[in-house]
Design a protein around this ligand. Structure first.
Ligand code: FDA
Length: 380
């Protein structure tokens, strides 16, 4: 074995695939019973509908190197992501755009009129001087739009009143003064034609790669544990960085999600793939309806049934799946301490969203893994 990769998410898979293609013998371990980390999807058995097991995953990128790379393993559909939000029983398009503004104010503003209105409403606070998230958001979009679309949704996401959240959580709140309601601005977007699981499996179709599932790096009873391997060979570690150092500089805080999945005997539950719920009275943040991610599968998906998933957000404990970094000042201080420890760890390469404690979209995880391979590991 020339390289051990801990974690089979897109970061680990990309490094492993590059190394194996260059002739290295690679072993990937993952403590889960499946490959692919959080991008993994399963076929819901009663309906045959593909379900993203760890929340909706939409692929998008403007990076030609990443786009070229991922297309070696899968084609992409022409799915274009759009999100809607339910506020007081009325559905609006997101991100806030001219359609949202005109529907909300029951008006027919031109782009210039809408811009002038938002500028005037936003004068209540200077976003640069804001002392909390609420003031920053009002300084960006004005109180009415903030109270309708941002306040309660943010409070649900963080289980915290936005007046008690630091203003840095949002640097900007996109408002489009056109009717363009595309969620992403990237050059390429789509979903893997044969599903995520097929894409991720294809990345390890190389005789130089061995995958061992259900194997925890910190379990000293198995032969590829931290104790048995560090210092023996190069290791790419994509698990939580605080866990690697036995939480010696403190726990890094994460938010997690709880998912409630249901098969319904209706053809179409909500008419779209993702519906946010902006108000405090509704305990979940959004509902996914998976058949809408693949309109091209209409012939094979059932006409009379659908799969929905309600998403609830909360702070994670050590035993929960870490999803989004909280990134408080205390977390940032701990991360600095962990970075020093990482520098002292010879031949261990920390990567991915858990290994670097940052939110990474799939294309970012793949891009940084390609860079790690090219700049540091290829010549190892
Ligand atoms: P990832 O978390 O996927 O993989 C890490 C792997 O390491 C896991 O499989 C884990 O089991 C394993 N591991 C951890 N500790 C271990 C140990 N001790 N021993 C062995 N294995 C261990 N991106 C995007 O582009 N579009 C989108 O729509 C979304 N949506 C989205 C929704 C949600 C809810 C989340 C949380 C994330 C997204 N993402 C996303 C981000 C996407 O999931 C992310 O880019 C990739 O998961 C990054 O891959 P990594 O390999 O870094 O981590």
């Amino acid at each position: 074995m020339d390289l051990l990769v801990v974690g089979s998410g897109l970061f680990g898979l990309t490094v492993a695939e590059r190394a194996a293609s260059a002739g290295r013998k690679v072993v990937i371990i993952d403590r889960r019973d499946h490959l692919g980390g959080n991008a993994y999807s399963v076929t819901e058995p009663a309906t045959g509908i593909e379900v993203h097991r760890y929340g909706a995953h939409l692929f998008h990128t403007s990076n030609p190197m990443v786009w070229d790379y991922v297309n070696r393993f899968t084609g992409f559909t022409d799915y274009v992501h759009r999100v809607f939000t339910n506020h007081e029983g009325i559905v609006y398009p997101l991100p806030i755009n001219l359609g949202t503004i005109n529907q909300f104010f029951r008006a027919a503003y031109t782009p210039a009129q809408a811009r002038a209105l938002v500028r005037e409403l936003a004068e209540e606070f200077d976003p640069k001087a804001a002392s909390n998230l609420e003031e920053r958001a009002i300084g960006l979009v004005g109180r009415p739009l903030y109270e309708a679309f941002v306040r309660d949704y943010t409070a649900k996401q963080w289980q915290t009143d936005p007046r008690d959240l630091p203003s840095e959580i949002i640097s900007r709140l996109p408002v489009r003064y056109t009717y363009d309601s595309r969620y992403f601005n990237d050059k390429w977007e789509g979903l893997p034609v044969d599903g995520y699981a097929a894409w991720l499996e294809r990345m390890v179709e190389n005789s130089n790669i061995e995958v061992r599932l259900g194997v925890d790096f910190f379990d000293e009873s198995q032969p590829l544990s931290r104790k048995a391997t560090v210092g023996q060979l190069p290791i790419v570690y994509t698990g939580p960085v605080d866990r690697y150092f036995d939480y010696s500089a403190g726990d890094l805080a994460w938010r997690t999600l709880d998912f409630e999945q249901e098969v319904l005997d209706v053809a179409d539950f909500q008419g779209t793939s993702v519906m946010n719920y902006a108000d405090a009275e509704v305990p979940y943040t959004r509902i996914h309806e998976f058949k809408h991610f693949h309109p091209e599968r209409a012939e094979i998906y059932p006409r009379d049934r659908t799969v929905i998933m309600r998403e609830y957000s909360r702070f994670a404990s050590r035993d929960d799946e870490p999803y989004y970094p909280v990134n408080s000042p205390a977390d940032r201080a701990s991360l600095l301490a962990y970075r020093e420890l990482m520098d002292g760890e010879r031949d261990v390469y920390f990567g991915g969203r858990l290994g670097t404690y940052q939110y990474l979209d799939m294309h970012m995880a793949i891009g940084s893994a390609l860079t790690l391979w090219t700049n540091r590991l290829a010549s190892h």
